[in-house]
Design a protein. Structure first.
Length: 124
């Protein structure tokens, strides 16, 4: 459940206060019913959320013509090297779907661009 993931992340950061600059929870909406509770907990405990609705593949599908470019795609085995070149375009497309990065109830949507953007800015 998303709220359990957020609570775990909060406890991890609370128990290790000098270990983290930021904390992110990344999950799918799938069939979870406690997404609103997870969002409230995240806001209260300063835990960032990257949510894909209905599933993480929404993020991957924002890369152009996924199956044509990655014919061997297997949901159970995602190799970042297959997607690396499309990350900037995918971030822009995801922003267009959900500019705030908080419209988790919108289907399709993904706020994975938020965590990817932070990683890219930190490592540039």
């Amino acid at each position: 459940m998303p709220s359990e993931v957020v609570n775990y992340a909060y406890r991890l950061r609370r128990d290790n206060p000098d270990e983290f600059d930021e904390v992110w929870c990344v999950f799918d909406v799938d069939e979870f019913r406690d997404l609103a509770a997870a969002a409230r907990l995240g806001k209260r405990h300063r835990i960032n959320l990257a949510v894909s609705n209905p599933c993480f593949e929404v993020w991957l599908l924002l890369l152009p013509l996924l199956r044509r470019h990655v014919p061997h795609y297997d949901k159970a085995v995602v190799d970042f090297a297959d997607y690396r070149d499309g990350v900037p375009v995918a971030c822009e497309r995801a922003r267009r779907l959900d500019p705030s990065g908080t419209a988790h109830q919108m289907n399709p949507s993904t706020s994975v661009w938020r965590v990817v953007d932070r990683i890219r800015r930190t490592h540039l």
